[in-house]
Design a protein around this ligand. Structure first.
Ligand code: ARG
Length: 473
């Protein structure tokens, strides 16, 4: 097998050890990043007079030819190599000879992988951010379409007060809004270049680390070289951000499952995002929503895995750190697919407005408003609460809704009731009167929608070191 370090060894590596320690099966995914970093490193070495112009050109042409061949499908990123760095360097040296062996001057695989992982992370943050912006656009659209769609709001999964579907969608808009800003913060914090930190103690070559950082679009070079090769905080942060995104998707998924039940029927998931049963012909199951919920567990697992890998690691680089990849890549892929599918599922779903309105009028969701009505008639809220509680009990016994009680019946509970009670407990009135900031009443909701639109436009226009951060995905 190809390694970059055979000199002081007298024996071939044991086969099982090789299986255990080779990272090529999964770090080959970092091919693009590895080449990009090598091109920048080479350019800087030439500029600093560490490499000759001739070697620099040979290396640059060689790396570009490798990249082109991989893109064209003429060269496969595969074979018996220890890792992606070995693959690139070996293929380069096969192609251009000795100059290829000079590329690693002033560099270690420790700062090389630290760079590759940062480049990968940076790219994925922007892609994921773009996906969430798409999801936010879909949510915003649903908000605009459903300002008058009355539904019951729930606490303890019990019908509580009437709201609108726009208001409900707005809750998810807020969750994913926070997720976008978290990714923005992370990008700013992690956008520093570790290349040039060497194995961990820097190097004696006169590298220009700021120049490499600039070439690769980083804000600057990282500081302490020991920390630079062993820091994986940004991976843990990204995993934590993804865990929150998945938690939000999972809550949305759980509601979708509930709303899709035969009992609720608030939502009809499009056939393209549902599955059937092999035995029960009538079934149309919300598998995608269930998988969104289930895959959340996997992403949390990767976060816990990575926190545990890093715990107790002495400085600087230890091979444990190589375990930063598989769970992380899986989490990134899982989260990105999940965001995309959740958006599509929502976009294509149909909401059953009638079911929602009927459900809202069935469960005493206007009881709070009835109590508030009595307050306007001078009754203290605590007493009003007790009166309405007794009315609800009465209605349950009589199997009636509050709208169906006669004024005479109302008056047996309190003389304060008058004809205008019916207007006060009408669901539309109940929603329309909720006008505090963030409430579902139309004027408040209009404001929330405007605010959400402005947020989305601002985020779409945002750039990161010159890279447009809009819907990149
Ligand atoms: N495959 C290694 C990793 O992913 C690259 C760094 C190897 N460094 C070393 N000293 N063995 O972390």
């Amino acid at each position: 097998m190809a390694t970059l370090w055979g000199g002081r060894f007298t024996k071939e590596m044991d086969d099982t050890v090789k299986l255990y320690q080779d990272s090529f099966p999964y770090d080959k995914r970092l091919f693009e990043e590895d080449v990009e970093g090598s091109l920048a490193h080479c350019k800087m070495l030439v500029r600093q007079g560490i490499l000759s112009e001739g070697d620099g050109k040979a290396i640059t042409d060689g790396l570009n030819s490798i990249r082109d061949d991989v893109h064209a499908g003429k060269l496969e990123v595969a074979g018996d190599y220890e890792d992606i760095h070995t693959f690139v360097e070996e293929v380069l040296t096969e192609r251009i000879g000795d100059a290829g062996k000079r590329l690693h001057t002033g560099r270690s695989r420790n700062d090389q992988i630290a760079l590759d992982m940062r480049l990968f992370t940076r790219k994925k943050i922007l892609e994921m951010r773009g996906q969430i912006l798409t999801l936010l656009s879909i949510l915003l659209q649903k908000m605009k379409e459903n300002e008058d769609t009355i539904m019951p709001g729930f606490t303890h999964l019990q019908k509580a007060q009437p709201i609108t579907l726009a208001h409900h969608m707005g809750s998810y808009f807020e969750m994913f809004r926070r997720d976008v800003t978290r990714l923005d913060d992370l990008y700013e914090r992690m956008n520093y270049c570790p290349l040039g930190s060497g194995a961990f103690a820097g190097t004696t070559y006169p590298l220009d680390r700021e120049y490499t950082a600039e070439l690769l679009g980083f804000k600057a070079a990282t500081n302490n070289s020991q920390d630079s090769v062993s820091d994986r905080d940004y991976i843990i942060e990204f995993l934590s951000d993804m865990s929150l995104i998945m938690m939000h998707l999972s809550r949305f998924a759980e509601e979708t499952v509930i709303w899709n039940t035969n009992e609720y029927r608030f939502i009809e998931i499009d056939d393209a995002y549902s599955t059937g049963s092999s035995i029960m012909p009538q079934k149309k199951n919300p598998d995608i929503a269930e998988l969104l919920r289930g895959k959340t567990g996997r992403v949390y697992g990767s976060l816990m895995g990575m926190l545990t890998v890093m715990k107790g690691l002495p400085l600087a680089y230890d091979k444990d750190i190589q375990e930063d990849k598989e769970g992380y890549f899986d989490a990134v892929d899982t989260t990105m697919l999940s965001i995309e599918l959740a958006g599509q599922m929502l976009d294509t779903a149909r909401f059953n407005e009638k079911r929602m309105a009927d459900s809202a009028s069935g469960g005493f969701t206007n009881a709070t408003d009835a109590a508030d009505y009595l307050v306007t008639k001078g009754i203290p809220f605590r007493d009003a609460h007790g009166i309405i509680g007794r009315i609800v009990l009465y209605c349950i016994e009589k199997n009636k809704s509050m709208n169906e009680l006669s004024l005479e019946e109302y008056k047996t509970f309190s003389p304060a009731f008058e004809q205008d009670i019916y207007q006060a407990i009408d669901l539309t009135t109940c929603v329309e009167r909720r006008l505090t900031k963030g409430a579902p009443g139309k004027a408040a909701m209009d404001q929330e929608i405007t605010d959400s639109e402005e947020f989305l436009a601002g985020e779409k226009a945002r750039t990161f070191q010159g890279i447009p951060g809009g819907e990149i995905s």
